[in-house]
Each structure stands twice: as C-alpha cells, then as structure tokens.
Design a protein around this ligand. Structure first.
Ligand code: NAG
Ligand code: NAG
Ligand code: NAG
Length: 979
C-alpha cells in the first residue's frame, strides 16, 4: 500500500503529531497506577426543540391556489421553453407565491426528459446549479431530438398542466392534470396522477416492505434514527421505479396473462420534502429549491429502467475483492486484546473472518483522528496489523463527521489538532452571524466540517493520515487500515441548534442520554419467541445484563405530539421552522432537533436548509479523494451511513443501527433491494442486529441470510450481549455452512459487482425484476435473488423448521436445489413449503445459468488461490449461459482484465475468454445439472476424460480432474467440454 511521500512533511503534521495526547500519556502511564487519561464528561440536560404541527396532517391549504398560465411557449426539437404566470392573487399556501416562473423542458437522452421550473429571476436556491457539491452524468446529456426520443411531452396552457407519455405504448408516465402547481418561496407542490393500486419502489431511505403502497408519506430529511418504520432515516434518494401490469388476452389458456412495463421518476433536490402517496396521486411537497424533475421512459424490464436511472447519477464503483469476505464488528471491543481474542476464536471455530472493524472504542475520548493510547496502544497495533496482513485480513476503523470542539479553558485540549487545524483553515460550519456552529455528538460539544469548502480536502486528508500514524503506521508511506467507515454523517447532533455556543467551556460534556452499557437496571430487549427457545441463554444473559444499561432513550424517542404553532396564513420566512412542517421523525419535528440545524451556514453563505440532505455525500466524496490521494492505485473502500443520489459511485452503505429482532431482519431484504436499485449495490444490514440482544435462533438465521448480502457484517452495540458467530453452536454451524457457499461463490459475486459498475445491474434483485410479467410478484420481498441465477428463501420468523416460497417462471422453468442438485418439484407460483432446519438456508439455482465458483478457503485471498469449478444448471432445452469477470481485485484502474463467457447447448459446454488478465489457477471440476442420460464419453477439447460420475437419480454429471488440461490457467485458452 503505497502513498506519495511528499504529503507528510507539512509543518502542521509534526506539530499535531507530537502533540497528540497519547505521546505523553504513554510515558506517564508507566509510573502511574490508576489511569485518569479518560476524561469524565459533564452531564447536560436534553433538549426538545419547538413542537411543530405536521402539515401533512392538517387541512389542505392549497385549495385556493389556481396554478399558473403558460405564456410565450416555444417548442424546439430539443425541448420546450416558456414562462408561467400566476393565476389570480397569491394563495400563500405555506409561503409567498412567485408571480412568474420559467419553464425549461429538455429532451436529454432517448429515455430521459428533464422538466425544470424555477422562478423567473432565479432567487430560489438551485441545487442543480451546484456542480461543486453534486455532479453527475445527468448534467452531460447526449444529443437527441423529439423524433428519436421514446416519450412525448404534452401540456395544457391555462392552467398549465403537463403529461409525459411513452411513445411505444401510450402509457402516461407523469401527469399533473387536475392539480395546480404551487410555487412559493418555502413551499413547492407538484402532483402526478397515478394508476389504480400502483406499484412503486424506492423513495429511500426508510424501513418499509419493498412495495410502497398508496398510503404513505415519505419524508426526505437526513436523520439519525435507528429503525423508525416508514419514516425518514439516514439517506435521501428521491427516485422511484414504477411497475405496471396490463392483462393480455390469451385464448389458448384459461389463465389470465399479463404484460408489464416500468419507468422511473427522480425529483432532484437536497431540500426537505414530503412525498405524499395517496390512492390516486403522488404529490411532492418541497420546502425550498426549484423543480428539477426527471422522468425515465423505462422499459419492459425493470432492470433496464434502473440502468437508465443509475447511468444518470453514476454507476457504482468497483469493490476490492476482500470486501466480499465476512466482517466482524462490535461497539464495545474495549481494547485491542478483545479483537485479537475474536480473531483467535474465529480461527479456532473455523469460521472465516476477513475484516476486523473498530467502532468508536479505539478513539481517545471518542474524538476523531485520535487513538486511545492505553486500550489500542500503537506498539501492539503495529503487531496486530503485521499479523493480519500476513493472514490476508483487514481492518476498518470508524470516523465520525463531527469534530470535538476543544475547550479553550482546558489546556490539555490544546493538543487536539483536528480542532485547531480546522479553525486555522476555517473549514467548519457557521451560524448565520459567522460564529462557529457548535452541536453535540459522542465526544461532547462538536463542530462540523463543511464538506463543500475547498479547504476541507487537505484538512480531512491530513486527519486521516495522522490517524493512520497513531493507529500503527510504521512508515509514512503505509496506511494500516483497508477502508474507512463514515458514521453520524447526516450529520447527527444530540441537541437543538448551536447548543454549545455559550457552553464550550464545559467541554467535554456527556451525551444527553445514557450510553448503552452505562449502569442502570433496565434489561435489554430480546427478539420475540425468545423465551420459548432460549431459556438457559436468557437466564445467564439477563443476570449479566443487570449491570448493563440499554437505552435508545434519547429525547427523540419520546412520543410528543405537536401542539401549538401559529396558524397564520402569512409566510414566516423562518429557516428552522418553515411554514410547511415536514413529517420528520425526530421528537417535536423541529428541524433543528437531533441534527445540525437548517440555519447552519456553509463557507459561501449557502444555508444548510438548501443542502441539508447532501452532507453525508459531501463527506463521502472528500474521503474518497483523500484515500485516492493517499493510495492512488487502490479502489477506496468507504462505508457510509448517510447517502444521497449517486453515493454508490464512491461508497458502500449499511442499513444502519437496526435492532436484533425478526422484523428488522425481514426489512433488511427490501432495504438491500432498494439500495441496489439506487446504484449502491454494496449494502447489507448489521447481521444479528445492532441494538438489543440477539438470540441464538435469530443470529443463526441471520448469519445464513447475511452470507447472501453483498456486504456481510455482524455488528452489535455496547451493552448488548455479544454475538460473534462462535458463541452459540448452531450459529457457528449455520455460519460455516453459509460462508462455505458464499466463499465458493466469490467469483460469481465479483462478476456481479463488475456488471453493476458497468450498467447498474442489481446484485440483490426482487423476483419481479427477473419475472416482470407476473403481478403476484410485485410485492414479493420475503425471497430475493442474487444476480439472475440464485433464489434465496430465508426463514424470517422464530420457532419454525420450514419456510414457504415460490419458484417463479413458467412450466418450462427449472429450479435446482443448491445442496442436493436435484430439480425442485413445484408448480409455477405454488407457495411451496420447504424444510428449513436451523442451520440451513434454502438456495435454488435457476436452470439456464452457469455459475463460476472456486473452492472456498479461510480468506478471500486464499480462495482466489484455489481451483475454479463451474456449476452448469441446464434448462429443459439443455441450454445454459453464464460468465465470469476477473482482475487483480484491488486496482482503481486494473491494467489487465478478463471476461469469460460460458455457454452450454447440445451436450457441449464452451468457454470463451476475452482480455489479458491471467487467472493462474486451473479449472478443477464441472458439475452439470439436468443431464437426462448417462454420457457415453466425455471430451475436453479433443481429449477423452475418464474422470466423471453420473447419477440417474439426480441427473447430475460431475466431471473432475480437469486441472490437468488447464494447468496454464482455467481460462488461459478457450475450451469445450462435450458429453
Ligand atoms: C434548459 O435546461 C438545459 C438543461 O436541462 C440547459 O442546458 C439549457 O441551457 C436551459 N435553457 C435555458 C434557456 O435556460
Ligand atoms: C425580477 O427582475 C426584474 C428585472 O430585474 C425586476 O423588474 C422584477 O421586479 C424582479 N421580479 C421579482 C419578483 O423579483
Ligand atoms: C393510512 O395510513 C394511516 C397512518 O398509518 C392510517 O391511520 C390509515 O388508517 C391508513 N388508511 C388506509 C385507508 O389504509
């Protein structure tokens, strides 16, 4: 891991390194018997914010608004331009109406149309003009005209209404008819009519089943909250996919058949917004900005519509190969010895572990870019890094967005370089009066880097590098960690507004709630069904937990129903309490509650109000650049909690601080599906659950399902009982079995990632993506596909040893059981009950697919050194197709790549290689499913192969010992196998 030397010898580097607290403390500690190096934070009371009455539950205020009249419209081959004039007097729904608007409709690509509506003088904030903050391929459209695009734009002039149709079938994709446009300074309303019982997906991030339904208010306001059903969470992606079904008459069968189509809609904004889903319409209610609406005309295949969308926000980055291994984390590894112990135990129980994660435990007093000198001492960390590097394992530490605000009256805070350097470079968010914005996070009162400030780049890179040294870098060109984990980057702040402005002399202060694990007599929650199956465990765990405290008891968890707010119709021009109160989840719905408030100000004077939802994205981008500066050849690995449109270009995402319970496991399926649709394919939940106590059964099931997530990490919270997979025998067994499958499928996973980065292909795929004409699959989210070949049917409830699932397709579709290789007997769409013992997860392989595999080993690197195998699952016609992609697994721009196409038909399997990357390991075995009779002879190219077995019962042909023909590399030359 190389990085350029020139960077490190800045003067600040030495100042801040030599003054890091750990240097002197390490010396003191030798002569001291008790350590007081951890400061005792001062308690401060929680804050609530001003109660807001949610506008979405109020009587509709737009009733007196009559919309706009189109004037001076000119249509060209590239689009439509004109102005819109307010009809009648201002209606003051939730602000002041603009009298004149500018309409600009652009045909941007064959499938994408852009409708932009802004006030004529451009006084409203225009997110789409801030390419310094968010840039995307969207801004570089191709050259198209009205004749070659796949959609039509139509409008009525008075009042102005528009609708967009797909040319090929006349489907109306977006239609404002009957709904007046409202365009005010702090409120914009745009409505589209929807078809009956519509199927839409996306509008993330929220916890909800896959299909959103027609009775939901989706709020877009980046928010630190763990598992609030249906409400706003960490990320915002205002895009939806719509899937429609139309009956077709098929006289040949009695069954009603359908044909389907899909399209997509994006509202590009970083402002706060409610999107109101109702039976007949979908309504955008934005509290600022302008209208930048993009409609994607879509395709028969949902995946193609998703490709159109992801292409416009950016295809996801390629991941490093090792990131596909198993990750283990716990907030509560109090020292490096605990992590070393986990490493040894995982080995002892023969459960693979690729990556060790550190939550805030490793930090010194929870401050960014510092390392606890006693619990994570540098000398010991150097040894640890040495050991894991030799074993091809990895380490990823957490970094929080907020930076501790040094207490000016406490001299020992003087050494906290990340604060003073940020002050010197002037990179923190401000209050409107120019003073520092000071909120509150783990370490106490904090400041927040302004990731839109050009100076923040050097600052952040410097912090990352210094942390690298403190952790255990033993030379200035060595970065000991393999990626960074960005947390709290909505950003979260535990108080209301700049609460530390007058109080920073009290720092460090304690978070205004008990931290999990702090003394209290509360017991933790267990998943449902727990008492029935885990009594022994419960007894020991609950006695242990008497000394543990668990609480999500922040002020935000109290249910406070909004009360009095002034009802006046006059606009208030209030930034923190806009006239339209969006349905944000935090207590009291005050926009400044539990996050950095809307009036915080960026370096150029832009209010956070207008860039609210893009903060985490900014941190991702700056971190990505810092990592590529430090290691130019290496694909950065970043895991971020808050995300925005296009985050997948730079980052992975985990589904946040979920709970150890069955519903959270279930909802993680739709969470993964949706992030895959949004171009963030490297996604997964905290397996076994983060908050509360997991139990054996839940953890056994979840470790198995997690092995089929792109990002596979077990993580839990301080104070909860531990949940490393070796702690329960059944969890260990379930993990070993599922990981054996996962690691054997690494070439398949990696190929899926390559496809995702190439065209936005989803890895975790809803069933309807592969079987789009079947309406009963529109909401199917208890099963999922990995790519187009594997169907996973996890158990999602306790106390059962069976699971139900469907096997989609028609009478000709064949599904094979992963384990016994036999064709699964089923009728199309029958809800079939399958055996599902605790340590088993049902996996089916789709006939017609060829899956590349390798013999699994303890790490991904060791697996890469093992021979390849192919699993050929023939369909009823005896055909199958597949491919594999390979490169060095690390490089940002690999100097050699390899694609191999496989096809099987007429008793012949062919492999055709393209590219120069050499997979040096041989091909060992080929397993062919669905071979109807015992072959007479088998040939590899022109050589007879004698090593094979055939089973009449399973119709399975296994050809072995192929390595002798492929010793130069499994795909070094093209080959055929005939039988
Ligand atoms: C209309 O919008 C397009 C981008 O979609 C832009 O290129 C063009 O300059 C705009 N036209 C006017 C007159 O503002
Ligand atoms: C827009 O600008 C024009 C010309 O500068 C000015 O006359 C007009 O008053 C402005 N309108 C508004 C609503 O600010
Ligand atoms: C719509 O959702 C609200 C809030 O969850 C619920 O109270 C109401 O009953 C729902 N309405 C219908 C028709 O389902």
């Amino acid at each position: 891991m190389q990085l350029p030397l020139k960077f490190f010898f800045g003067s600040i580097f030495f100042f801040y390194l030599s003054s890091l607290p750990f240097v002197s403390l390490a010396d003191d500690s030798a002569s001291s018997t008790s350590f007081s190096y951890r400061v005792e934070p001062t308690p401060i009371p929680p804050q609530q914010g001003i109660p807001q009455r949610l506008s979405v539950y109020e009587a509709y205020r737009g009733g007196d608004c009559h919309g706009y009249r189109a004037k001076e419209i000119s249509s060209t081959e590239q689009g439509v331009i004109g102005s819109l004039e307010l009809i009648g007097s201002p209606c003051y729904a939730y602000g002041t109406d603009y009298k004149k608007l500018f309409l600009n409709v652009t045909y941007e690509t064959e499938e994408r149309i852009h409708v932009s509506i802004r006030d004529i003088n451009s006084t409203q904030f225009q997110f789409s003009s801030r390419h310094d903050v968010w840039d995307a391929p969207l801004y570089h459209p191709s050259s198209v005209n009205q004749f070659n695009v796949h959609y039509n734009f139509s409008f009525n002039a008075d009042p102005f209404e528009f609708w967009i149709t797909r040319k090929s079938d006349g489907e109306v994709l977006f239609d404002t008819r009957g709904h007046p446009l409202i365009f005010e300074d702090q409120y914009i309303e745009l409505t589209t009519n929807m078809v009956e019982d519509y199927n839409i997906y996306g509008l993330a991030e929220t916890i909800h089943g896959l299909r959103l339904g027609n009775n939901l208010t989706r709020t877009f306001w980046a928010n630190d909250e763990a598992s609030p059903l249906d409400q706003n969470m960490y990320g915002t992606h205002p895009f939806y996919l719509e899937q429609r079904y139309n009956p077709v008459n098929d006289s040949s069968t009695q069954q009603q058949k359908h044909t389907s189509s899909s399209h997509g809609v994006l509202m590009l904004t970083a402002n706060g917004m409610d999107v109101v889903l109702r039976p007949k319409y979908l309504q955008y209610r934005m509290i600022g900005g302008i209208i930048d609406l993009y409609v994607y005309s879509g395709s028969k295949k949902p995946q193609n519509t998703i490709t159109q969308f992801i292409e416009s926000v950016g295809f996801p980055q390629m991941q490093q190969y090792w990131t596909l291994g198993f990750h283990m984390c716990r907030w509560g590894y109090e020292n490096i010895d605990e992590i070393i112990q986990v490493r040894e135990n995982m080995r002892k129980f023969d459960i693979p572990i690729e990556t060790f994660w550190s939550d805030i435990d490793y930090m010194h007093n929870m401050r960014d870019f510092t390392v606890d000198p006693i619990s994570y001492p540098r000398e010991q960390m150097i040894d640890f890094f040495h050991d894991i590097e030799l074993a091809h394992q990895h380490f990823v530490p957490i970094v929080d967005a907020a930076v501790y605000a040094a207490n000016p009256s406490n001299r020992s805070d003087d050494s906290y370089g990340p604060y003073y350097e940020g002050i010197e470079k002037d990179v923190f968010l401000k209050n409107p009066d120019g003073s520092l914005y000071i909120g509150e996070v783990w370490p106490g009162f904090t400041v927040f880097p302004d990731f839109t400030n050009p100076s923040v780049q050097d600052y952040w890179k410097h912090g990352i590098h210094n942390m690298s040294y403190a952790l255990g870098s033993n030379s200035s060109d060595y970065i000991p960690f393999s990626g960074l984990w960005l947390d709290m980057n909505e950003p979260s702040s535990y108080c209301v507004g700049s609460c530390g402005s007058e109080l920073v002399n009290m720092n460090p202060v304690h978070a205004p709630f008990k931290l999990p694990g702090e003394p209290n007599d509360l017991t933790l929650n267990y998943p449902e069904g727990f008492n029935l199956t885990n009594e022994t465990e419960y007894a020991s765990a609950s006695s242990a937990s008497l000394s543990q405290y668990y609480a999500t008891a922040t002020s935000s968890m109290q249910v406070v129903y909004p009360t009095a707010v002034s009802e006046g119709q006059q606009p208030k021009y209030d930034i923190n309490h806009p006239p339209y109160a969006i349905n944000t989840e935090q207590g009291n719905h005050d926009l400044a509650n539990h996050g950095v408030s809307p009036n915080a100000t960026h370096h150029d004077g832009t209010l956070r109000y207008n860039l609210f939802n893009v903060y985490g994205y900014g941190e991702i981008k700056v971190t990505h650049k810092a990592l590529t500066d430090l290691q130019p050849e290496v694909r950065p690995f970043i895991l971020s909690r808050s995300t925005f449109l296009g985050s997948g270009v730079y980052s992975a995402h985990w589904l946040g601080d979920n709970h150890s319970n069955w519903p959270n496991m279930f909802f993680s399926i739709s969470g993964m599906m949706v992030f895959n649709m949004l171009g963030v394919p490297m996604v997964g939940a905290d397996v076994c659950g983060f908050q509360d106590n997991s139990d054996e059964e839940l953890c056994a099931r979840w470790m198995a399902m997690g092995a089929f997530s792109p990002f596979y990490r077990n993580h839990n919270q301080q104070g909860s009982i531990r949940q490393e997979p070796y702690l329960w025998a059944s969890v260990a067994e379930s993990s070993r079995r599922a990981m054996n499958i996962r690691y054997s499928l690494l070439p398949y996973w990696y190929t899926l990632f390559r496809q995702a980065s190439y065209d936005g292909s989803t890895l975790i795929r809803p069933l309807f993506f592969e079987f789009p004409d079947e309406p009963s699959l529109a909401g199917a989210d208890r099963q999922f596909m990995v790519g187009d070949s594997l169907l996973i049917t996890p158990v999602l409830e306790p106390n059962t040893t069976t699971v139900n699932g469907v096997f989609p397709g028609d009478e000709d579709t064949v599904w094979y059981d992963w384990y016994n290789h036999t064709a699964i007997e089923h009728k199309p769409y029958e809800n079939k009950t399958m055996d599902a013992p605790l340590e088993h997860i049902n996996v089916a392989v789709r006939g017609s697919k060829i899956i590349p595999m390798q013999q699994p080993a303890y790490t991904t690197e060791e697996t890469r050194e093992n021979p390849f195998n192919l699993l050929v699952a023939l369909d009823k016609q005896g055909t199958a197709y597949g491919n594999v992609y390979a490169d060095d697994g690390v490089s940002l721009t690999p100097n050699a790549t390899l694609w191999v196409d496989f096809s099987a038909e007429s008793n012949k399997l062919s492999s055709a290689s393209f590219g120069t990357y050499n997979v040096h390991v041989p091909l060992a075995n080929v397993t062919i499913l669905g071979v109807s009779s015992s072959p007479k002879q088998i040939q590899f190219n022109n050589n007879s192969v004698n090593s094979f077995t055939y089973s009449d019962r399973t119709q399975e042909l296994v050809v072995t010992n192929l390595d002798k023909f492929t010793s130069a590399g499994a795909f070094a030359s093209n080959w055929t196998i005939t039988w």
